[in-house]
Design a protein around this ligand. Structure first.
Ligand code: FAD
Length: 360
């Protein structure tokens, strides 16, 4: 079977290794646009138990191969902080890993398994010829997927553009920080959310999120993430603990949520964020990408009938994603209204929100 995969992110590369391992005779090629994923600095993940389990199925030595000889500390606790309070909770998400580390590891793993990885951006016209020349075309090209757009109606693709904006930073802390941090600070402009995970003893990867209204308010309007740093440091450091954000060179992004009602059409199938992109608050993206890659590879191994295999994959993934998609939608709706919610209530509501997040 000839399989072409558009997108060499976690979903595409995990699926590529998995399907090749189960079926060594398959001809598997991944097309990755410019390897942006390797060049991107600091975009990170926390790494859940199921994600570790799925990697271990492909590579029993994944931990050493992923992190090298650098010992990596497990994140066991999280600090939840608002203007008035600070609480410590247990945290189950495990290890933090940079996007750069994860992609380098997954590309090497795919190549070791006999997958061809080509650095090429797939265009709409190339997509057509790739579909015709492949037995199976896999859309693993992320939240703005070209493959998803090409067959949007057939996939029942719904994309919710939200009022939420975010960007990536790093933080240098004077003292070692071993915890994940979830901050929600009310400022005059609106609520500023911080999510951070330790990368090294004194450096953390940070996501700052707020509503579009907040970003358009007098003090922040027109400011790039870098230009917003002095303001963010002041607001987020106002309840103790110095904040020293460093720019990552990335812009403010609009958070977009993808859902689909059917994951295949003829010989084209979607996996990862191209199929479902949920709010990152639950920290499940990587695990979901691996799970879809694993499920699709297993379905293809179980039956030689392509339509049957894709139907099984589509149905089981829909069942798996139904609840998280609904939860993500509710979370996004709440976050879009957070400036109003928090104007009316005390910061305790935010701790309740984060408390729920811990339980996921
Ligand atoms: C702010 C934020 C924080 C997050 N935090 C976490 C976290 O802590 N833990 C977690 O598990 N998940 C997290 N996620 C979610 C996670 O990033 C995604 O779910 C995951 O990366 C999805 O993997 P993917 O392979 O489907 O898509 P992507 O990671 O987007 O990969 C798609 C790949 O396709 C390539 N591509 C795109 N178009 C083309 C084309 N036309 N031709 C060729 N290649 C193309 C891209 O270059 C990219 O490498 C977070 C997401 C965000 C936005």
């Amino acid at each position: 079977m000839k399989i072409s995969i558009v997108g060499g992110g976690p979903a595409g590369l995990y699926f590529a290794s998995s399907v090749k391992k189960l079926n060594p005779s398959f001809n598997v090629t991944v097309y990755e646009a410019k390897n942006e994923s390797i060049a991107a600095y600091g975009l990170g993940y926390t790494f859940q138990v199921l994600g570790s389990y799925l990697l271990e199925r492909l590579d029993p030595k994944f931990f050493t191969n992923l992190f090298g000889s650098e010992p990596r500390q497990k994140i066991k606790t999280a600090i939840l902080k608002t203007n008035e309070e600070s609480q410590t909770h247990s945290f189950t998400d495990g290890y933090s890993v940079t996007r750069r580390e994860m992609m380098r590891y997954l590309i090497n793993l795919a190549k070791d398994n006999g997958v061809r990885v080509k650095e090429k951006k797939v265009t709409a016209s190339f997509l057509k010829s790739l579909q015709q020349s492949s037995d199976l075309l896999v859309g693993a090209d992320g939240v703005n997927s070209l493959v998803r757009k090409a067959y949007a109606d057939e996939f029942g693709a719904a994309a919710k553009k939200t009022e939420l904006r975010y960007s990536w930073f790093t933080n240098e802390s004077p003292e070692p920080i071993k915890q994940a941090c979830f901050y929600a600070f009310k400022a005059e402009e609106g609520v500023i959310l911080l999510t951070s995970y330790p990368l090294t003893e004194k450096q953390q990867v940070v996501i700052i999120e707020m509503t579009q209204d907040c970003l358009q308010s007098a003090l922040l309007r027109g400011k790039s993430p870098e230009q917003a740093i002095p303001y963010l440091n002041e607001v987020l450091g106002s309840n103790g603990g110095e904040i020293d954000l460093q720019a990552s060179g990335l812009p403010w992004y609009e958070f977009k949520m993808n859902t689909s009602t059917r994951l295949f059409y003829n010989n084209v199938v979607l996996i990862g964020d191209a199929a479902f992109a949920l709010h990152f608050g639950a920290g499940q993206g990587l695990t979901t990408a691996f799970t879809m890659g694993h499920t699709l590879a297993s379905c293809l191994q179980r039956t030689k009938n392509l339509k049957q295999a894709l139907t099984h994959y589509s149905q089981s993934t829909q069942m798996l994603m139904h609840k998280p998609a609904r939860q993500s939608e509710a979370q996004v709706q709440w976050l879009e209204q957070m400036d109003t919610h928090c104007a009316a209530h005390s910061g305790v509501d935010l701790l309740t929100l984060f408390g729920k997040k811990m339980a996921h």
